[in-house]
Structures are given as structure tokens and as C-alpha cells.
Design a protein around this ligand. Sequence first.
Ligand SMILES: [Zn+2]
Length: 168
Amino acid sequence: MIVAHLPAGYIVSTLLFHRFQKYGTSRLTFLRAGLLGSIAPDLDMIYFYGFDHRAHPHHSYLSHFPSVWLLLLTLAILGFQHCRHKKLPLLALIFTCNGTLHMLLDYISTNIYWLAPFVNRPFALFNVPKAYEIWWLNFLLHRSFALEILIVFWAAYLWSKQRMARRY
Ligand SMILES: [Zn+2]
């Protein structure tokens, strides 16, 4: 997934906020934590380009292991259930929820190591053929990109709806 992680994070955070509003976190803080979580796994690109010099696919790093995100999500759920003060665990919850969603979205058209660190084998729902030298052009011209466009439009719709609601 190339462009839809942030919009997907916006959709999930916006739709979930009304359920957690009663715990006293502001919409903006909740949204910021959610948006950060939606792109957090891709921060490993800093290591990929800066230190690893593109030697390994960045989806083979710990930061793209679904097991790591599921563990973090479980810890966030437990923290939210058991802590008396819910504000911080709630932010951890939306952060890890969107980080986990990132794994699912990446899985649609790129390799995700679902069984790592136990099995070092990548899985992808669709294999995007390498027809062009420019890597992102292959994704842009693949039919799975239609889903990304759909997510972007959905997020834009929600955003404009929220904006109108706040105006009146
Ligand atoms: Zn990713």
C-alpha cells in the first residue's frame, strides 16, 4: 500500500472516536495517535535507506511483523481494561490498532511475514508483477490500487463531513 495508510488511519480513528469520547481524550489527540500508528511501521524506511542500504526488504524488519503489532495491540487492550486512568492506554490502543491495520493493508499487495519470527516466509494477497523499473509505478497501475483510491475518497468524505459538522 502506498498512499492509503494515513487515510485508513483517519477513517478508523474518526469512526472509533465517538465510542471512546467518554474517557476524556480530545478528538485531536486521539486522531494524532491514530494517524501516527497508521504510518509507524513505515518509519523503518529510515533504517532501510539510512543504515541497511536496501540490503533487506523493509517488510522483513521487526517493525513490519504482524506478531509484534498483535502483541502491542494485546498489551494496549489489557492496559486499557485494567488501568484506572484510561487516557494514555486509549492512545496506545488506537496507535496499535492502526499499526495492526497497516499490516493488513500491506498484505493486500506486498509481502508480509505473517508467521515471523517463527517462519521466515512472506505472504501477499496479490502479487504485483514487476512490469516497470520504477517500483511505485507497478503498484499504481495494479488493480489493487483501486482500493487505495477508494480509501482516500472515503477518508476525504469523512473529513469534509466532520468539517461541516464542526462548522454548524
Ligand atoms: Zn508498511
